[in-house]
Design a protein around this ligand. Structure first.
Ligand code: FMN
Length: 200
């Protein structure tokens, strides 16, 4: 079974949406900095409230102290597989923004929403270029802020592992069983016309 066979959309859509998924087995091959920067470039073009662009990224390439610092903030489960990634990226966003022409920062209530859009752009560009991404919420935010020097008014949302997809035989048995694209709730559970008629 190929990756795309495993996920069948119920309506015709661009294949990138079902072909992207989050494996945990990496080859460990080095990621060219230009390729990683192209992923950030894609993220840069995401939409945001008032074009405030609150997303920020701190990255480390495998084999560097920056990578080791990011890895150290992950929960042990994630460290186990993400240590073989080619890059780790902290997805951050500023909770306030200074509008053009103004001196004072104002709250940016949509900073997390906007950072989510940027991370998805990054993931889709990586996929387009033949690299896999795997977001992780399993990290110690306080440790990350301290180790990376992230200010308190910047939110840490996730750490993303990026690499080339490797053979799942590299993973422990329990993770090998999970190394396959998963499914989604049906549209009928997600979308309503005009009024909330959905379950929780
Ligand atoms: C914000 C966020 C946090 C996540 N945290 C973890 C994590 O800590 N560890 C992990 O193995 N996967 C994590 N995942 C991966 C999700 O489990 C995965 O994206 C989801 O099951 C959908 O699968 P797919 O990405 O393969 O389509 C996270 C994903 C997101 C978007």
């Amino acid at each position: 079974m190929t990756m795309s066979d495993a996920r069948t959309p119920t309506l015709p859509i661009a294949p990138q949406f079902t072909e992207r998924w989050s494996p945990r087995a990496f080859t460990g091959e080095p990621m060219p900095l230009d390729t990683l920067m192209a992923c950030f470039e894609a993220a840069r073009w995401a939409p945001s409230a008032s074009n405030s662009q609150p997303w920020r990224f701190v990255y480390g390439l495998a084999g560097t102290p920056a990578f080791d610092a990011l890895l150290a903030t992950l929960v042990p489960f994630n460290q186990g597989w993400a240590q073989h990634a080619s890059a780790l990226v902290a997805v951050l966003s500023t909770r306030t923004t200074t509008p053009p022409g103004q001196d004072a920062a104002v709250p940016a209530p949509w900073h997390a929403f906007d950072a989510g859009a940027a991370w998805m752009s990054l993931a889709l560009e990586a996929h387009h270029q033949g690299w896999i991404t795997h977001a992780m919420g399993g990290f110690d935010a306080a440790a990350l802020q301290a180790r990376l020097g992230v200010p308190d008014d910047v939110a840490a949302h996730a750490v993303v592992a990026i690499g080339r997809q490797g053979d799942k035989a590299r993973l422990p048995d329990a993770l090998q069983a999970r190394e396959t694209p998963n499914q989604r709730k049906p549209l009928s559970e997600l979308v309503a016309e005009g009024r909330w008629t959905l379950a929780g």
